[in-house]
Design a binder for this molecule. Sequence first.
Ligand code: UDP
Ligand code: MG
Length: 338
Amino acid sequence: MTESHDRDAPLLSVITPAFNEEANLEEFYRQTADCLDTAGLTWEIVMVDDGSRDATHEVIDRLHRRDARVRGVSFARNFGNQVAVSAGLAMARGEAVVIIDADLQHPIELIPKMVEAWREGYQIVNTVRRYGDKAPFLKRLLSFIFYKVMNSLSGTKIEAAAPDFKLLDRCVVDLLVQLPERTRYFKALIPWLGFRQTSIPFDCKERYAGTSSFNFLRLAELALDGIISFSTKPLRAIIFLGTLVLLVTVPYGGWALFQFLFLGAKTPGWTSIILVNLLLGGATLISLGILGEYIGRIYNEVKQRPLYTVKKVWGADEKQVVQAAFPHERGKNDSAGL
Ligand code: UDP
Ligand code: MG
């Protein structure tokens, strides 16, 4: 047990980010409670309403009144799934913490098996989707390319078919909660931490109700966050690109000068000028864009704004949950397990 852990805390915390999940949470609660009670575990569910525009907030309120083992927080606006998971991790009090989607796509009946693996001594229990992914071909292709790029850039091995459905030991959760950075990409962060890990395969189900909130643009943004927060290699690539361009343009410039001085100026080739301009213009803009992405992220980090803003808290001290949104303060007053 860690020092921050209180005695009445349950063994297991199940945290679930929820964005517009009014139609799923009741069923999610029913199945989870059923499954975990049958398995004889002591547990709590931490529901994080990520600024939903539907009645998610009311459903959590109702569930909390009915069963105090349901705790949660409601954000004042949408902050994104990774931030919601961060808030859940900060509130979780269990010795083991499971992160799971609220839409019932992840099989709840796998949780007792994950707990078993944890009891065998694994500090991180990942899950891997079995093949037969029903995603459209283009999505699968892009995701394949992304993981190839990500893995070669970041130096950590990220499993393509592994969702955020994981069990984490208290020591891992404490570490994650104390990370001061704002851009959180758990898929890469968790393998980066190390620890004893294992994977359990599962079959992904259809959503119970509602629609997915991850379209191409949001997935692309997440992918960019992942690459940029885990690697500075794109910056180095700019240097190589610049060197390559110089290697080509310097001899060509020399040749043009030689022609001008000794062979007499001819009408300059319009096509070559346009080509060189386009090439250099394109390379410069891409390089500026890459630089901008890093600078933007540095800017976001130094502003030290809170990770999220809180509208309502169930089953925890509101002040502490608000405080936990300031990750740079975290090292000073350890607030894991509110
Ligand atoms: N989610 C969230 N904030 C968001 C988008 C999604 O907390 O801005 C939650 C959502 O409620 C669900 C999980 O993250 O529990 C996964 O989202 P979704 O099912 O939309 O994604 P998909 O399963 O299609 O990848
Ligand atoms: Mg889903």
